[in-house]
Ligand binder design. Structure first.
Ligand code: EPU
Length: 302
């Protein structure tokens, strides 16, 4: 989708929002899949209510992109513009055991920065790609921990009220890869409360998690992490593996040889290829185990 109306272009510039024409989503997602559209880079949270009013009044459909690491975007010219937060400097401010973190901050760098200041708890998240905002929305977790446990306050833009609001941790429910945020809420910042731990000890935990991840996940390849959620009491990866589906491909979309719940883009996979592979695997799991696998990856179909 193109923003061509000069009045809208001028209004964006007044709001301090940068317009990048014809951005490639393949370059903005870890799967390296996705078509093109105009991208709006937001430098100041305060400009968001004005930006959303502008887009809505002009009938411009829009989506909000985080780090693009858990996302499968359709091919071709996309029917919505993309909004993305630019990361401020600094993006993490520490005060005692609290870390005030911008949603655009890189998750891994945030974990490391806090660790260097003797704040731990999030060691398991060290290899999870993406932004803090994305991790928050999905309640990212690994190795027995989840980010939701440390959330004390969230600053967000609520489409329902058209305002920037602050929610206390108790007002949000964090479940397995799911939160009570509305689909059109935009995460802007989070206050985490992290336990004090000596850096050396945190580093040891980080090393163990890194090692586990390296040995079981295809880290160097283009993927969106796990494609399916684990059904209660079971492992989607093990079920897909048990069916002998590692290496199964549609075009360049392939079930990873290392972890069967990771589907990789082994070359020039299209969204069509990846969606067909997802549907095929889902169907095979359904017929073999009578289990309906749910997507963990977020899918943006045009
Ligand atoms: N397994 C297989 N074959 C495979 C993959 C796994 O037999 O191809 C077996 C493993 O040997 C193990 C069991 O399945 O006995 C579970 O595997 P693993 O420890 O890798 O954990 P997982 O349940 O597959 C979950 C999360 C990961 C997270 C890891 C580590 C989900 C869907 N996946 O994977 O998160 O990194 O635990 O905590 O919850 C993600 O969210 O994108 C993600 C990758």
């Amino acid at each position: 989708m193109r923003i061509e109306d000069p009045n809208v272009v001028a209004a964006l510039s007044e709001l301090g929002v940068e317009l990048r024409c014809s951005a490639s989503l393949a370059k903005l997602t870890s799967l390296a899949i996705g078509g093109t559209t105009d991208l709006l880079s937001i430098r100041k949270h305060e400009s968001i209510p004005g930006l959303l009013s502008l887009l809505d009044s002009r009938g411009v459909p829009h989506r909000f992109l985080g780090g693009g690491s858990n996302l499968l975007v359709d091919d071709g010219e996309l029917p919505w513009v993309i909004m993305q937060l630019a990361s401020p400097d600094p993006d993490v401010v520490l005060e005692g055991n609290f870390a005030q973190v911008d949603a655009a901050a890189d998750l891994g760098r945030t974990v490391t920065y806090c660790a260097k200041h003797d704040l731990g708890g999030m060691e398991g998240l060290i290899g999870v790609p993406g932004t803090v905002g994305g991790a928050l929305r999905m309640n990212a977790g690994a190795y027995g921990m989840q980010i939701g446990s440390y959330v004390r306050e969230v600053t967000l833009y609520r489409a329902a009220t058209r305002q920037i609001e602050i929610l206390r941790g108790e007002q949000i429910s964090f479940e397995y890869r799911h939160t009570s945020f509305a689909p059109d809420d935009m995460m802007l910042a989070v206050k985490l409360e992290l336990p004090s731990k000596p850096y050396k000890e945190i580093l040891q935990g980080i090393r163990i998690c890194n090692e586990k991840r390296r040995s079981s996940q295809p880290l160097g390849q283009k993927s969106a992490g796990c494609i399916f959620k684990n059904p209660p009491g079971a492992s989607a990866g093990r079920m897909i593996d048990d069916l002998g589906l590692k290496g199964l491909s549609v075009g360049d979309a392939r079930v990873s040889e290392r972890h069967a719940n990771f589907f990789v883009n082994a070359g020039k996979a299209s969204a069509k290829d990846m969606l067909a592979l997802i549907a095929d695997v889902r169907e095979r799991v359904r017929s073999a185990f009578s289990v309906e696998l749910e997507h963990e990856v977020v899918i943006w179909n045009a």
